[in-house]
Design a protein around this ligand. Structure first.
Ligand code: SF4
Ligand code: SF4
Length: 473
C-alpha cells in the first residue's frame, strides 16, 4: 500500500532538514502542460488507494483546463465517498496565552504589535473556558499557545492536565491536542506524559527564503529547528503529529509540494505519515504586514485541497473557521475529516462573547462565526454525521487515519458507530428538541446502512438514552 521512500537530492535522515527548494521547483516546472490522459491516470492511481509522488502531484497542480480541474475535484469527492463516508469530527481551539517573542509578519500576536492586548489564562480562567466549551457539547480541544519561554513543556503539560480534570455535568474533554512552539525531545516527552493527542507545528512556509523574510526575529527564525521539530516529537514517542502550511506567504503550488515532501520524509524515516495536515489561508490580522501577491484565490484554494486529498488519501485533513461557510461546505465534500465549530479565538472568548470580532486581541480573523449547534444542525441537514469520537486515541489505536483508510470495514465497525454514539450523546445533553429530532432521524438512517452491525450499536444507544456516557467501539 505505501510507497517505497523516494530518493531526493537530500537524503532523509532523522532530525535532519530535507527540503531542497530548487528540486521542488524543478519538479513543478518539468511537469507543466499535462495531458488529459496523464491527469486521468493520476486520479485513478489515487482512487486505487495510492499516495501520489511529487511528480504526479505537480501534474495535478499544473492543471488549468477547467474540465480537468472538475475531474480532479470529482476524484476527491469520489475518494471521500468511497473511503471516508459521511462523518465529520468536530473540535474547538482554545487560546491559552498570546504572549510571543517572535516577530512573524503575518500574525497579530507578534512581539512588535504593541496594540495587542496580552493575556495568559490563569487556572480559574482556563477552567471557566473549558466549562463553557463543555456546556456547548465539545469533547475535543486544541490548545493554542504563543511562543514564549513561559509556555514551556511543563506549563503546557500542566494546562493539559487541568483541561482533562474539568467535568461539567456529563461534559468532559476526551482529547487535548496541542499547537505550540517546537520543543526539544525532553520537552516532547513531558507533554506526551500529560496525555496529549496530536502535537501540531506548522512550517507556515516551506520556502526557506520567504521563511527568513516573514520571520523577522525570535527563535522561530530558525527554519530547520522548526522543520525538524516533529521528528523530535517522534523520537519522544509522539507519533500523532500534525503538519501545516499557511497559504498566502509563498506560491501555493510550492507549499503543497512542501507538505507532501514532509509526508515523504516521515514515511522514509519513521514509516508513518503525519496524523493531520492543516492548510489555513491568510486572512486579515491586526498589523498584517506581508507581500499580498501570494494570497490564494477561492478557486485555487478549493483546487489545492482537492489535490491534497488525492495526494495523501490516508491523512486527516483539517479545515478551520478561517474559511467562510460556503468554502467550508465545498471543501468538506473532498474528504476533510475534521472541522472546528463554534470557534472563538479571543482570549477568554468562550465566556465573554463580543458581538464584533476584536482584531486587537485575536491572532487572525475568523470568517465562520456559526455556533457549534448551528454547525451541527447544518451538518445533520446535509447528511453528515457530526462526530466527537476519540476512541482510537483512548484505546491506543494509533495511526488511526491510516487504519480507517486501509483496514477493510474499519469505518463501518468503528468510525460510523462511534459517530452515531457521540451524536446521540450530544442530542441527549445539548441539543434543542428540533435538533434532537433531526439527529435521531439521521441516526436511524445510518443504522439501516450498518446492516448486521446495527444491533450492537442499538444496544449502546439504549444505554445512552438511559444515562450512560462515553461508550465506544
Ligand atoms: Fe507568535 Fe505564532 Fe504569531 Fe508567530 S505565528 S507571532 S510565533 S503566535
Ligand atoms: Fe477516528 Fe478512530 Fe473514531 Fe474512526 S474510530 S473516527 S479513526 S478516532
Amino acid at each position: 500500500m505505501r510507497y517505497e521512500p523516494q530518493q531526493y537530492k537530500i537524503k532523509d535522515e532523522p532530525m535532519q532538514p530535507f527540503i531542497d527548494a530548487d528540486e521542488i521547483w524543478d519538479i513543478i516546472t518539468k511537469n507543466q502542460n499535462p495531458s488529459k490522459e496523464q491527469v486521468e491516470k493520476i486520479i485513478e492511481h489515487s482512487l486505487n488507494k495510492n499516495r501520489l509522488s511529487l511528480e504526479e502531484t505537480a501534474v495535478l497542480l499544473n492543471t488549468t483546463d477547467p474540465e480537468l480541474i472538475e475531474k480532479i475535484k470529482d476524484g476527491a469527492r469520489t475518494l471521500k465517498e468511497r473511503i471516508y463516508g459521511n462523518r465529520i469530527v468536530l473540535f474547538a481551539p482554545l487560546y491559552i496565552g498570546n504572549y510571543c517573542t517572535n516577530d512573524c509578519a503575518y500574525c497579530g500576536y507578534k512581539v512588535t504589535n504593541k496594540e495587542m492586548k496580552r493575556k495568559t489564562l490563569n487556572h480559574d480562567e482556563l477552567v471557566n473556558q473549558v466549562v463553557a466549551l463543555e456546556k456547548n457539547g465539545h469533547k475535543r480541544l486544541i490548545l493554542v499557545y504563543g511562543e514564549h519561554p513561559a509556555y514551556n513543556a511543563n506549563y503546557i503539560a500542566e494546562t493539559v492536565k487541568t483541561v482533562y480534570e474539568v467535568k461539567e455535568k456529563n461534559g468532559e474533554i476526551r482529547r487535548v491536542n496541542i499547537n505550540a512552539a517546537p520543543l526539544d525531545i525532553e520537552g516532547f516527552k513531558i507533554v506526551k506524559d500529560a496525555g496529549i493527542g496530536t502535537y501540531q507545528v506548522f512550517q507556515e512556509t516551506y520556502h526557506p527564503k520567504t521563511y527568513d523574510i516573514v520571520h523577522r526575529s525570535g527563535k522561530k527564525k530558525d527554519y530547520n529547528w522548526r522543520l525538524t521539530s516533529l521528528d523530535r516529537a517522534q523520537e519522544a514517542g509522539i507519533d500523532d503529529v500534525g503538519i501545516g502550511a499557511l497559504f498566502g506567504l509563498y506560491n501555493w503550488k510550492f507549499e503543497v509540494m512542501g507538505l507532501l515532501r514532509h509526508v515523504n520524509h516521515f514515511e522514509a524515516v519513521y514509516n508513518v505519515g503525519p496524523h493531520t495536515i492543516s492548510f489555513p489561508r491568510i486572512q486579515n490580522a491586526s498589523s498584517l504586514d506581508i507581500d499580498k501577491s501570494n494570497i490564494v484565490s477561492d478557486e485555487d484554494f478549493t483546487k489545492l485541497v482537492a489535490i491534497l486529498r488525492l495526494a495523501v488519501p490516508y491523512t486527516g485533513l483539517i479545515l478551520t473557521a478561517r474559511e467562510p461557510a460556503h468554502i467550508r461546505d465545498e471543501i468538506m465534500r473532498f474528504g476533510v475529516s475534521q472541522i472546528d465549530g463554534g470557534t472563538n479565538i479571543e482570549m477568554s472568548g468562550y465566556t465573554n462573547k463580543n458581538e464584533k470580532q476584536d482584531l486587537d486581541s485575536e491572532q487572525f480573523e475568523i470568517c465562520d462565526t456559526r455556533t457549534l449547534s448551528e454547525v451541527i444542525e447544518e451538518l445533520v441537514e446535509n447528511n453528515y454525521i457530526p462526530s466527537f469520537c476519540t476512541a482510537c486515541y483512548r484505546l491506543g489505536r494509533t495511526g488511526e487515519h491510516f487504519m480507517e483508510f486501509s483496514v477493510p470495514g474499519f469505518i463501518k465497525r468503528y468510525c460510523t458507530p462511534n459517530a452515531i454514539l457521540t451524536l446521540s450523546e450530544y442530542a441527549e445533553d445539548y441539543a434543542n428538541e428540533d435538533l434532537k429530532q433531526k439527529a435521531y432521524i439521521l441516526i436511524d438512517k445510518e443504522l439501516e446502512k450498518l446492516g448486521d452491525h446495527a444491533e450492537v450499536v442499538r444496544k449502546k444507544l439504549k444505554k445512552i438514552k438511559e444515562g450512560k456516557r462515553d461508550l465506544y467501539f
